[in-house]
Design a protein around this ligand. Structure first.
Ligand code: PAF
Length: 283
């Protein structure tokens, strides 16, 4: 595996493949890789001849009181896993390389509305940071296809919308969430949980499952499903930011005849914020 920390080195590493018309896939990550990330890499290998992975803990998607400094950085272990997974190029960058003039006043990519609801309402500026860095990674790697996890469902829709609106010639592929045996969605932030919190954490998944079962069993009163989810989480000691039933393709409030929905939740367990979602097909 070739490893580069510079934009120029990464571009040079990919040039010959691009000139030969060989397909390149990008898996953007913030590192601290787990089985969920390796699943994205596996999918990337199925759809392209060459796979590039980026590792960059992007400061502009963290709020001032969030976990940017504490975010786990495990580059050596990540490199070993990516080499074993058959990745061709690793772009492991730094804030100086990605934001040469500093982050203040740097150009940014806004995807309004989709960025302002759900997680965006609780993390102002988060999705602008995500869209900006993903656009930049796309410009650096110029992949044919980019692979994202469905666990970050709102992020996936923000990226899809950016690609569509800005006519980026990139296919965005999504991969279903990878879960622990008890249902907890894999996430780098799970490592923040104490042993006791970890035992309770899968209740988030269970609350989403219950909502899915209710709707797929015929319940159409989505407000009562949401209220049920919130009280279930509170009873288990979570502090929920939201528990919401939305239309799958644009996260708008669902109309009675919408056939593809998603139920999404974000909730705090101690000082860890967990997010998860499940697709729902009303009966
Ligand atoms: O999902 C993530 O790890 C990040 O939000 C991403 C897409 C790599 C952008 O920093």
């Amino acid at each position: 595996m070739l490893k580069h920390s510079s934009i120029a080195g990464t571009r040079a590493a990919l040039l010959d493949w691009r000139r030969r018309g060989e397909r390149i896939a990008l898996v953007p990550t913030m590192g601290n890789l787990h089985a969920g990330h390796l699943h994205l890499v596996e999918r990337a290998r199925q759809v392209a001849q060459h796979v590039a992975v980026s590792i960059f803990v992007n400061p502009t998607q963290f709020g001032p009181n969030e976990d940017y400094a504490a975010y786990p950085r495990t580059l050596e272990a990540d490199e070993a896993r990516l080499t074993e997974a058959g990745v061709d190029v690793l772009f492991a960058s730094t804030a100086d390389e990605m934001y040469p003039g500093g982050t203040e006043g740097s150009a940014r990519v806004e995807v309004p509305r989709l960025s302002d609801i759900l997680c965006g309402a609780f993390r102002p500026g988060h999705f602008t940071g995500v869209a900006t860095v993903v656009a930049k990674l796309f410009n650096i790697v110029q992949p044919d296809v980019a692979v994202f996890g469905e666990k970050d469902y709102q992020q996936l829709l923000v990226v899809r919308r950016m690609v569509l609106d800005l006519a980026m010639p990139i296919e965005v592929l999504s991969v279903p969430t990878v879960r622990e045996p008890d249902g907890l969605a894999m996430s780098s932030r799970n490592g923040y949980l104490s042993a006791e919190e970890r035992r309770r954490a899968s209740l988030l998944y269970q609350a989403l499952r219950e909502a899915k079962v209710r709707i797929e069993g015929g319940v159409r009163d989505y407000a009562s499903v949401e209220a049920g989810g919130l009280s279930r989480l509170r009873a288990a000691g979570f502090r929920p930011d939201y528990f919401s039933v939305r239309r799958a393709n644009d996260l708008a409030a669902p109309a009675p005849d919408d056939a593809e929905l998603v139920v999404l939740a974000a909730a705090w367990l101690g000082s860890t914020r967990l997010i998860d979602n499940l697709p729902v097909r009303p009966a």
